[in-house]
Design a protein around this ligand. Structure first.
Ligand SMILES: Nc1ncnc2c1ncn2[C@@H]1O[C@H](COP(=O)(O)OP(=O)(O)O)[C@@H](O)[C@H]1O
Ligand SMILES: [Mg+2]
Length: 209
């Protein structure tokens, strides 16, 4: 049924996900593959509306409400964009997916991890990425690199953001997850991303030239 490839980039804010997602997309396009770059929360008209609510500093959102908003956005994104594209053999590169919810709403907000993972499974209908790349930022570099933005998630306190950063370190030992040192220069991080992607492309019958 599923012919494409589903690659997810994860990590805390400002770990370089969006930078690397665009570089990876361009590299895959250069190989002649059909590639779709997408993001969470977002990726569809409805999901981008939910993203705007989630990131609006004026939104008052309890942790449980926040969890459901992320999962609602994800259900739509998965049904409308990811599954159809995978069916036609495209390579999907998503800037965040389920691991973000486990890290932020589970470890960060302290919601029950089993509940979070159950809702992740429901919202994705059990779809799992072929590979999740976690951009790992040492705590010290994390504090230095932080030039905080002004969206609702970036305005969370330092202890929340540190919990999330540490959650990613734990989650990156899971199967199907590759940890990349995000404190290296941009080109070196890109090279590490490619060395994780190449074997997967070969295994799944996509050319790597
Ligand atoms: N490896 C890196 N070293 C130093 N700065 C980086 C690196 N990767 C990205 N940046 C810079 O850090 C900032 C955040 O990067 P971005 O890709 O937007 O992160 P994210 O999408 O994870 O929030 C940007 O200004 C970007 O240019
Ligand atoms: Mg980004």
């Amino acid at each position: 049924m599923k012919k494409g490839l589903f690659i997810v980039l994860e990590g805390p804010d400002r770990s370089g996900k969006s930078t690397q997602a665009a570089m990876l997309r361009d590299w895959l396009l250069g190989l002649g593959h059909k590639v779709r770059l997408t993001r969470e929360p977002g990726g569809t008209y409805l999901s981008e509306k939910i993203r705007a609510i989630l990131l609006d500093p004026k939104s008052e959102i309890e942790p449980l409400t926040e969890l459901f908003l992320y999962e609602t956005s994800r259900a739509k994104h998965t049904l409308k964009v990811i599954l159809p594209a995978l069916k036609t053999g495209e390579i999907i590169v998503s800037d965040r997916y389920t691991m973000s919810t486990t890290a932020y709403q589970g470890y960060g907000r302290g919601l029950d991890l089993k509940t979070v993972e159950t809702l992740n499974r429901i919202a994705t209908m059990g779809l799992k990425p072929d590979l999740t790349i976690v951009f790992d930022v040492p705590d010290k570099v994390f504090k230095q690199r932080e030039c905080r933005g002004n969206d609702r998630m970036e305005l969370q306190g330092a202890s929340f953001r540190l919990k999330v950063n540490r959650a990613y370190k734990r989650l990156s030992s899971r199967p199907g997850v590759k940890k990349v040192d995000a404190s290296a220069p941009i080109e070196a991080v890109h090279a590490e991303v490619l060395s994780a992607i190449r074997p997967l492309l070969r295994k799944k019958g996509f050319g790597t030239r």
